[in-house]
Design a protein around this ligand. Structure first.
Ligand code: GUN
Ligand code: FE
Length: 435
C-alpha cells in the first residue's frame, strides 16, 4: 500500500506514456504477478484479513527501474582517470575484464552487482559479461537464484584486445549457442547476442553474430555504436567498404527490433533512418558520455527520426548505478543542448520506456494487472538536507523532479523482484495484516 505511480503505453503521446497515479493505492500480488491495482479503499474488499500487507506510505511505489546497458566486469573500472574511449578500453577495461575467466571472480562480482542493483531499485538490466563463458554462467546462475528478469550476453571479441579476452568466430558462435541452450528461457532469463563493437570483431566474427541473429530471430542483440570520434574513424579504417558505422552492423543483419545500440551520439541522417526503420533502440548513457568525454546525445533528433530510446548507466564508463542519478545527468546533458527532460518523461524512460526498448513492454515496466511484480519504493525526502525543494513541492511533478535530480540509492526504501522483497532499507516498517 502506498502512493502508486506508473505509466501506460499511449500511442497518442509519442512514447511518453500516460501517467496512472493512486495517492492511496493498493497492489495485490500473488505468485510474482500483479493481480490487481487500484485505490486501497476499493480493493480492500478483495483482501482476506490474513493477507500480509506492507504499508509504504508516504513513499512512492514505482515499477522497478530498468537499466538497458551495463557491464558486469567493470565495477572496478569505474572512475579510471584521464582517458577517452579507446585508451580507456586498452589501459583499464581490457586488463580488468581479463580476470573474469576465473569463476570465483565472476561469481563474487555477480553477487555484488545484483546486491547493488537491488539497493538502487533496479530490477532488470541488459548486461555485458566478458568473452569468458564462465562470466555469463556466474551472472545468470545468481540472477536465476534470486528470481530476476535479466538479459545478458557472452561478449564476442576476436581482435584488438589482449589474448586473454579473445575468442574466435567459431568459438564465439559455439559459446553463444551453448549459452542460449543453457540459460535462455530459464526462469526469467534471456541471452543477448553480444558482439562488443565493430572494432573488436573481425568480419568473420560479425558474420557469425549475424548467423546467430538469423537462427534466433526473437533474441535481443546488444553492442556499441557511434560513441566517440576516434572510434568512428577507426571503424571507417577497418571497414573501408562500409558507408558508415551503422552499415557495418546492417551488413551482418544485426540492426533489427530488440537490438540495443549503446550511445548513438554521432549518427548521420542516413544512420538514424536505418535504425528507425529497423525499430532498433538507441541507448542514452549520460554519465558515461560525460565521463569519457564522448559527446552530447541528441535525444530530440533521434526521437524526431522515430528511433526508440532507452536510458542506461553504462557502468563502468558510467559513474553511477543509480537510475535517478543517471536521469539527472541526462537532464544536464540535454540542458547543454538546449533541450528539456521533464520528470514524468524521465520516470517513463526508466520504467515503461526501457521495458519497451528491450521488447519487454508486455511483462515489466508497469504496475498493472498481469505484469510481473518488479517494484521499487522510493523516499523522495531521503536525500533530506540536499532536498530543500521537497518542503516546497506542490505537485507530484515537482516532487519527482527533485527526486530525480537529487536522489540516489539512499532514496530506495524497498525493491521487490517477482513480488519478493530483495532489498529493504533498514528502518523500513514491518509487514502487518489488513489495512
Ligand atoms: N565500446 C566498446 N566496449 C565498450 C565498453 O566497455 N564501454 C563503453 N562505454 N564503450 C565501449
Ligand atoms: Fe558500454
Amino acid at each position: 500500500r502506498g502512493r502508486i505511480l506508473s505509466f501506460e503505453a499511449d500511442p497518442a503521446r509519442e512514447g511518453r506514456g500516460a501517467l496512472r497515479y493512486h495517492s492511496d493505492g493498493l497492489i495485490l500480488i500473488r505468485d510474482g504477478i500483479i493481480r490487481a491495482v487500484g485505490p486501497a479503499a476499493e480493493l480492500s474488499s478483495l483482501l482476506d484479513p490474513e493477507t500480509p500487507v506492507r504499508n509504504h506510505h508516504p513513499h512512492l511505489i514505482l515499477p522497478g527501474f530498468i537499466d538497458p546497458h551495463l557491464h558486469l566486469p567493470q565495477t572496478q573500472v569505474i572512475a579510471s582517470y584521464g582517458a577517452e574511449l579507446l585508451e580507456w578500453l586498452q589501459k583499464y577495461t581490457f586488463p580488468e575484464e581479463s580476470r573474469y575467466g576465473n569463476p570465483r571472480i565472476a561469481s563474487d562480482a555477480s553477487r555484488w552487482l545484483l546486491d547493488t542493483l537491488a539497493m538502487n531499485g533496479t530490477t532488470t538490466a541488459a548486461v555485458y559479461c566478458t568473452s569468458h563463458p564462465v562470466s555469463l554462467d556466474a551472472f545468470m546462475g545468481e540472477s536465476e537464484r534470486r528470481g530476476y528478469r535479466m538479459i545478458a550476453g557472452k561478449v564476442m571479441m576476436d581482435r584488438g584486445a589482449p589474448q586473454a579476452l579473445l575468442d574466435t568466430p567459431q568459438r564465439a558462435y559455439d559459446e553463444t549457442r551453448e549459452a542460449i541452450a543453457r540459460w535462455h528461457g530459464k526462469g526469467r532469463l534471456e541471452v543477448a547476442i553480444t558482439p562488443r563493437f565493430a572494432p573488436t570483431s573481425t568480419e568473420a566474427q560479425l558474420e557469425a553474430a549475424g548467423s546467430l541473429a538469423a537462427d534466433y530471430p526473437g533474441l535481443p542483440i546488444q553492442t556499441h555504436l557511434s560513441e566517440n570520434q576516434a572510434e568512428i574513424a577507426y571503424v571507417a579504417e577497418l571497414f573501408p567498404w562500409s558507408a558508415d558505422y551503422t552499415a557495418v552492423y546492417e551488413r551482418y543483419g544485426l540492426v533489427r527490433e530488440r537490438a540495443l545500440f549503446g550511445h548513438c551520439i554521432h549518427l548521420s541522417e542516413r544512420e538514424r533512418g536505418a535504425l528507425a526503420e529497423a525499430k532498433a533502440t538507441a541507448v542514452f548513457c549520460p554519465t558515461s558520455n560525460l565521463f569519457l568525454g564522448s559527446g552530447l546525445f541528441d535525444r530530440a533528433g533521434l526521437r524526431k527520426a522515430g528511433i526508440p530510446i532507452g536510458i542506461a548507466s553504462d557502468i563502468g564508463g558510467g559513474t553511477s548505478y543509480s537510475m535517478l542519478t543517471t536521469a539527472a545527468e541526462g537532464y544536464k546533458v540535454l540542458a547543454l543542448r538546449g533541450e528539456r527532460l521533464p520528470a514524468l518523461e524521465a520516470f517513463h524512460m526508466m520504467t515503461r520506456g526501457n521495458a519497451e526498448a528491450m521488447g519487454l513492454g508486455a511483462v515489466i515496466g508497469q504496475i498493472a494487472e498481469g505484469f510481473e511484480a518488479d517494484i521499487t519504493v522510493l523516499d523522495s525526502r531521503a536525500t533530506g538536507p540536499l532536498c530543500r525543494r521537497m518542503d516546497r513541492a506542490e505537485t507530484l511533478e515537482e516532487e519527482l523532479f527533485a527526486l530525480m535530480m537529487l536522489g540516489d540509492e539512499r532514496s530506495t526504501v524497498a525493491t521487490y523482484v517477482a513480488g519478493r522483497a530483495i532489498y529493504l532499507r533498514p528502518e523500513t516498517e514491518r509487514i502487518g495484516t489488513g489495512l
